[in-house]
Design a binder for this molecule. Sequence first.
Ligand code: ASP
Length: 329
Amino acid sequence: MFFRFFILFVGSILFMNCTSISSKKSPKAVLVIHGGAGWISRTSVTDSMEHAYAETLKESLLKGREIIKSGGSSLDAVQIAIEHLEDSPLFNAGKGSVFTYHETNEMDSAIMDGATANAGAATGISTIKNPIQVARAVLDHSVHVFLSGSGAEEFAIEQGLKQVDSSYFFTQNNFDKLLEAKTSMKEVKQDKLGTVGAVALDQNGNLAAGTSTGGMTNKRYGRIGDVPVIGAGTYAENGVCGISATGHGEYFIRYVVAHDIAARIKYDHQSIEQASTQVIQTLKTKGGLGGVIGLDATGTVVMPFNTIGMFRGYIPLEGEPVVALYGDD
Ligand code: ASP
């Protein structure tokens, strides 16, 4: 109950969803995160789950901010914040990844450095504990940008990343969701989509963005979502913005969502609030559900979404983390 009250209180002093975004002043932060968008409503989340989500988001924000405070890079902050969410079974990334049609886990991840336009991405990860580390290793230690499947895993192992048995990724909840999706013959089960992402701005003014996901329940044929597609689900450019998306990936790929927001800021001189709100509202008219988080070059926070709710939060250089879950927060 305390958290419900806390979240309500926090929500009342913030804009959060796209309908109210333009009328209120956006906060400033050094790190913003999401834990997925979807059917996240007060009736679908119990008090104890609400507490668990809020606590995990806050821990992630505090861990990431610690990096920035100590003079570390936005890339490191993004990675650390995402790793914490990947280690939780609550979110659809790492440990809590959803199941494919074949009852496996195939994870996607990406990270981008706004200072250099270097990026690393991976798809079809099935045994590496923290998929965001694969993306980071691709960025740091490979001449390529995007690795897939067995090649990506081989590279990750060469880089010394921690491998786990595929049973590590089993959660009963996600397995039940798969069975439900198969029974109802849905290609994609959309409730809490649960992907995780982070955007950070460090003390040198460098932006970075990263995203990690198990994709969509019941996915088939090696389906790849928007997360590892640079410009669709993940994008960062110094002086412009950093963006991480969550939602129905096919739409985020088609409408190149993250880069579209950046282009509007860069070429049309829109504010990040205007650009992100318009893109997410327009996406809904095309049938694309989801949201984004972002920071501009001055640390302006945006978190628009067109779903019922989105797990999200931000943290300034000094002060408390702020987290929210629902659309009316
Ligand atoms: N965007 C992810 C995908 O389509 C799913 C999500 O955000 O939850 O793979």
